[in-house]
Write a protein that binds this ligand. Structure first.
Ligand SMILES: Cc1ncc(COP(=O)(O)O)c(C=O)c1O
Length: 463
């Protein structure tokens, strides 16, 4: 008998911890003072005042011994660095694209893409634009249009692929706007803005067919491609026996290029890339790259960063890792549901999203319930989450009022390989406590905001 038939149900981290960073609890008084000093914007808090930091999964992961070892081999040559060729090979093996353009992070890839291909008055459809994507499109005078399926806006509606694009709306958009004013269409996998929800291969194929029949290129915002591949394996009929690499390759097969933040599924602390097949675009992108990032064999990166990404991209597709990663999110989601906390269902990839509108029904949208809940979570328990509601996705109109977001979400983003199950249990306990005292949570108003990406720097006051 090889294992006595043992079928474990306990989710364990598939790694041993070799280096640790101490974290420390602050007192309620300290946190209250820290919040006031940060103008109630959690982006403005010093990280050392945070106990568990779920602000983002971007660049906050722990690297493996293999990645740190690889970094020692970084080749810092200005041109033709051997680290670039390893990086290029690793990206090509997964994406199949011919031209790999390294950038210092995802938004630099977006900047190069949109500043090269977009003209004022153009429209860029996406399932759901992330904030930096939208800002880069708007900075070029174009419109960023969200065409995610309607189910994505119903937090408790169970649908396996809530990140899918509504193909009828895409067709209508192309007919209304005209293909000549749509330089490209994007699909964000997974869909960060509305719940870390995956996009199915059937949807990628359908969107690709529509785009290509009109001569419009399709790009993936591929930040979380491996998590999307794993969710396809789990949820889409016909893929259960495929490896994550095989599924990822198929995802990239139907598109003309991708932007990538290696700070997510590159398992690195910094980095990104733009990848395409088209030779003419590649020349234009590289000219822009040289202007704003660096020479094409390093872009915005050090040689050692490219080594870390080359290895991270392979590790992120390992089944043990992806099982643990997606099950951690599900574990947290299940516990929150058991505690009666309203979350976006089903849980997706990198984060659990709390429906702050349902959590704090006494707060109207113009009192920013998702921001109010994030503040309360920090104040009560030292946990930093991220508002993805009307602060991040709403906008100030010319008459001084706000156009609210469709949903008021608080994102609990899980850094990769950083926190253990007991950290998640503490988080659940804190949120269950806040649910009991939710009527004491006060709304906020904005006292100052920047014209773009306001959530990073806005200042708030408690109502
Ligand atoms: C879906 C998506 N696209 C683009 C980006 C931008 O990447 P970066 O932060 O590396 O600039 C992010 C970052 O969170 C993201 O989640």
């Amino acid at each position: 008998m090889d294992s006595f038939g043992f079928q474990p149900h306990t989710l364990i981290e598939p790694f041993r911890i070799k280096t640790v960073t101490p974290i420390q609890m602050t007192s309620q008084r300290q946190r209250t003072a820290a919040l006031a000093a940060a103008h109630y914007n959690l982006f403005l808090l010093p990280a050392e005042d945070v106990l568990i930091d779920l602000l983002t999964d971007s660049g906050t992961g722990a690297m493996s011994a293999a990645q740190w070892g690889g970094m020692m081999q970084g080749d810092e040559s200005y041109a033709g660095s051997s680290s670039f060729y390893k990086f290029e090979q690793s990206v090509q093996e997964i994406t199949g694209f011919k031209h790999i353009i390294p950038t210092h992070q995802g938004r630099a890839a977006e900047h190069i893409l949109f500043s090269t291909l977009c003209n004022p008055g153009d429209v860029i459809p996406n399932n759901f634009h992330f904030d930096t994507t939208r800002a880069n499109i708007e900075a070029n005078g174009a419109e960023a249009r969200n065409l995610v399926i309607a189910e994505a806006y119903q937090p408790t509606f169970l649908h396996p692929f809530k990140g899918n694009m509504d193909v009828d709306r895409l067709q209508r958009t192309i007919a209304d706007v005209g293909p000549e004013r749509i330089p490209l269409v994007m699909l964000t996998v997974t869909n960060n803005g509305v719940g870390g929800q995956p996009v199915s291969l059937a949807n990628i194929r359908a969107v690709s067919d529509i785009c290509h029949s009109h001569g419009i290129p399709l790009f993936l915002d591929a930040c979380r491609f491996a998590e999307n591949a794993w969710l396809i394996k789990q949820r889409e009929p016909g893929y259960a026996d495929h490896t994550p690499l095989k599924i990822a390759r198929e995802m990239f097969k139907y598109v003309d290029g991708c932007t990538m933040s290696a700070k997510k599924d590159g398992l690195a602390n910094i980095g990104g890339f733009l990848a395409i097949n088209n030779d003419e675009w590649a020349e234009r992108f590289k000219l822009r790259l040289i202007l704003i990032e660096g020479f094409p064999t390093y872009g915005g990166l050090a040689g050692y960063d490219m080594e870390a990404i080359a290895i991270g991209l392979q590790e992120v597709l390992q089944e043990d890792y992806l099982h643990y990663r997606i099950q951690s999110t599900a574990y947290l989601g299940d516990k929150l549901v058991q505690a009666g906390i309203p979350i976006v269902l089903p849980t997706g990839g990198h984060a659990v999203f709390i429906d702050a509108g349902a959590f704090l029904p006494h707060l109207p949208q113009d009192q920013y319930p998702a921001q109010a809940l994030s503040i309360a979570l920090y104040q009560a328990a030292g946990i930093r989450a991220c508002e993805l509601g009307s602060v991040a996705f709403g906008r100030r109109l010319a008459d001084g009022t706000d156009e609210p977001a469709a949903l008021e979400l608080v994102r609990l983003a899980l850094p990769r390989r950083v926190y253990t199950r007991s950290h998640l249990d503490y988080l659940v306990e804190a949120l269950a406590y806040l649910a009991h005292v939710s009527n004491q949570i006060r709304g906020v108003r904005i006292t100052w905001q920047a014209p773009q990406l306001r959530h990073f720097t806005a200042r708030f006051a408690l109502m």
